[in-house]
Design a protein around this ligand. Structure first.
Ligand SMILES: *[C@@H]1O[C@H](CO)[C@@H](O)[C@H](O)[C@H]1NC(C)=O
Ligand SMILES: *[C@@H]1O[C@H](CO)[C@@H](O)[C@H](O)[C@H]1NC(C)=O
Ligand SMILES: *[C@@H]1O[C@H](CO)[C@@H](O)[C@H](O)[C@H]1NC(C)=O
Ligand SMILES: *[C@@H]1O[C@H](CO)[C@@H](O)[C@H](O)[C@H]1NC(C)=O
Ligand SMILES: *[C@@H]1O[C@H](CO)[C@@H](O)[C@H](O)[C@H]1NC(C)=O
Ligand SMILES: *[C@@H]1O[C@H](CO)[C@@H](O)[C@H](O)[C@H]1NC(C)=O
Length: 599
């Protein structure tokens, strides 16, 4: 303890005095062998966190520090990489989710700094001048959106994350953006948009004469020159390496019994870049798969503003790193905890302070994986936490990140574990659902008459299949007959025999089914589900409920008008930014985030 306080003091004071210098002077005991951040106390802390949050999975961490011109790099794995108990180590591969966005915007920055590119582009180049298929519903945003608007999430588009599937090319997604309803006027709100990054990922193949795929462009110009040889966009390459972690979730947790229960550990299929695809709809927004060892190199290169840490060669121009790390939009207008600050967003990077130390970071989440990659530019410290726990991985990476930063800075620890467990408990207790009326009104036509083929220009065309006993065998065609046969197999435990239910095969990147359960009149509760094979004969599929419907009460409302049937989805499906209102238009259609017409 004593040792800690003197370390804290010397490090903290030295840094405070030298703020602005590229390298801080350090006391001599630190210069000759910086004490490990990943020491036995840290190991014990991480073990305790895995136990408290009952993770079936694990995590890998990387800590890098530049001390007197020398890199100190520590990497380590904890817990389970795979369902059969392979341990996580520093080479275990994790999907890093939205931490991939920085690679996307860096690729865009390389194009901007490419002096031989014809025509030249810059950060303020309008997307519509580059991509003929580009268009947004809001004419102003459509005409004026620039690279900076896309990277900083201020076009007015909400997420609309359920509009793209693996059957789509990047250009298909771009071509459909004109059909998605905006949720804020142009440049008035920060609203996270994966589709913005999908659009940016189109630029290398469009603008460079040899038309490299996006992933090949990143590999050749960023990953290879930095020596990040284990990093890939391809799940097949990651699997073949033998190092790929399973992405875990938990099925059947009894939350009243134990909110932090393990339930039955389940794993997602490694789906995010299927074999053969050379840069697909997920690559730009979240396709990178990497290890703690490679992310340690990435953190060093970022702290050096684009230089290869072992050769000093410039791989990414410093101006690119500076531009994307500088705030454009306000992500969080006020601090969530006293040690934090408001947060600004540049491109694939947030920026704020923690205990007076400025940080630049991003987090990432794809089914089965949650990650954070953070650097403290004034302190020359980088910390990454990669988890394969879908359920509580976010809280785990935040807790472990703060612990490692506190340890690296020599600060007294803050009890983030208690704070974040409390936050989870509060969210659970605050969840409110209105019970279904005891004698609900039927819809304005028979349930069976709502079955049929529905289309949304943005989302696609689907069969809506009725599961009730009075379903007409012929309606909805053979797809619905298959759906009725398979529903209990594909969605075990999710079909409630007491409520009239409709299912859509909603095969998108993050989902497999949309489920409508009758509530009252023409209103149905909506659940978005992902059904995944288990490879076990006793229960061939397990089901994960999408975040988009787990904690909000989204609903579908039908409109039957002179034989024409439509429905709108409302209640968080479009993924608008925090504080952005739900749609305020006229009637049911005007209040819907997503609209389907029966064909
Ligand atoms: C790893 O998996 C085993 C078997 O499911 C489980 O008992 C254990 O709690 C898991 N977690 C860790 C950190 O080992
Ligand atoms: C676990 O399964 C993987 C394939 O998923 C296999 O490569 C590995 O050898 C297995 N490990 C153990 C400890 O059974
Ligand atoms: C720069 O542009 C030229 C011309 O299209 C192309 O040959 C080269 O590969 C590009 N390099 C990078 C890093 O973008
Ligand atoms: C969940 O746990 C509570 C309390 O232990 C118990 O009363 C309830 O029956 C459990 N629910 C299910 C679905 O097992
Ligand atoms: C890289 O630059 C740093 C700081 O200028 C210097 O200390 C180091 O020796 C250089 N390394 C190489 C390989 O040139
Ligand atoms: C079902 O939808 C109604 C109407 O929107 C809502 O009040 C209720 O809380 C929802 N129930 C669930 C379980 O989401």
């Amino acid at each position: 303890m004593l040792w800690w306080s003197s370390f804290a003091c010397s490090l903290f004071v030295c840094l405070a005095l030298s703020a602005g210098a590229s390298q801080a002077p350090f006391s001599s005991d630190i210069r000759h062998g910086a004490p490990d951040v990943l020491n036995s106390k840290t190991d014990a802390f991480i073990q305790r966190i895995m136990h408290d949050w009952q993770t079936p999975a694990g995590l890998a961490v990387a800590v890098v520090r530049l001390i007197d011109g020398q890199w100190h790099t520590e990497t380590k794995g904890y817990g389970n990489a795979t369902l059969n108990g392979t341990a996580v180590d520093e080479n275990t591969l994790f999907a890093i989710g939205s931490n991939s966005k920085l690679f996307d915007i860096v690729a865009t920055g390389l194009l901007i700094h490419n002096e031989t590119l014809q025509p030249r582009i810059d950060w303020d180049t309008k997307i519509g001048s580059l991509i003929a298929e580009w268009g947004l519903m809001d004419p102003l945003a459509s005409a004026e959106t620039t690279i900076v608007d896309l990277m900083s999430h201020r076009t007015g588009m909400p997420r609309h994350d359920h509009m793209y599937g693996y059957g789509d090319s990047v250009l298909d997604v771009i071509s459909r953006l004109r059909y998605i309803r905006p949720s804020a006027p142009f440049r008035t709100a920060y609203q996270y948009s994966n589709n913005a990054y999908t659009t940016l990922s189109y630029l290398p193949s469009l603008l460079i004469d040899s038309h490299p795929s996006f992933t090949e462009y990143v590999r050749e110009n960023v990953l290879a020159p930095l020596g990040m040889t284990a990093t890939t966009y391809y799940s097949v390459v990651a699997e073949a390496s033998g190092h790929l972690a399973d992405g875990f979730s938990r099925e059947g947790v009894n939350e009243t019994d134990d909110l932090f229960g393990m339930g039955t550990p389940r794993v997602f299929s490694p789906y995010w870049s299927p074999a053969g695809d050379d840069g697909n709809v997920v690559s730009g927004l979240g396709g990178v798969i990497s290890s703690a060892n490679d992310i340690a190199l990435w953190l060093q290169a970022l702290l050096l503003e684009g230089k290869n840490p072992s050769t000093n060669a410039t791989v990414i121009p410093a101006e690119v790193i500076k531009k994307v790390s500088t705030g454009v939009t306000v992500k969080a207008p006020k601090a969530a905890y006293p040690e934090l600050s408001p947060i600004v967003y540049g491109g694939g990077q947030s920026r704020g302070t923690y205990r007076g130390h400025e940080y630049i970071e991003h987090d990432g989440a794809v089914p089965g994986f949650q990650t954070s990659i953070t650097r403290l530019p004034w302190d020359n410290i980088g910390v990454a936490v990669l988890t394969n726990d879908d359920y509580y991985g976010f809280d785990i990476h935040e807790l472990v990140k703060y612990y490692l930063i506190d340890e690296a800075l020599g600060l007294e620890k803050i009890d983030w574990n208690t704070r974040l467990m409390e936050k989870v408990r509060k969210a659970y207790h605050d969840r409110r659902v209105q019970p279904r009326p005891s004698s609900p009104a039927p819809p304005s036509v028979d349930f069976a008459a709502l079955e049929g083929t529905y289309r949304s220009l943005a989302y696609g065309t689907y069969e809506l299949c009725y599961l009730g006993p009075d379903a007409r065998a012929s309606a909805g065609g053979s797809d619905c007959n298959d759906m009725r046969k398979d529903a209990h197999l594909r969605l075990p435990g999710w079909v409630d025999a007491d409520r009239p239910t409709f299912l859509m095969q909603w095969d998108k990147v993050w989902t497999s089914h949309l489920k409508l359960d009758h509530f009252d009149g023409n209103v149905f509760n909506v659940t978005i589900l992902q059904s995944t094979p288990t490879n076990a004969a006793s229960q061939p599929y397990w089901v994960d409920q999408s975040e988009a419907t787990a904690s909000r009460s989204g609903y579908a409302q039908f409109v039957v008008d002179d034989g024409a049937v439509s429905f709108g989805l409302t209640g968080g499906f479009w993924g608008a930014g925090a504080g952005v209102d739900s749609p305020q238009g006229e009637g049911i259609r005007g209040k819907a985030e997503i609209w389907f017409d029966r064909l």
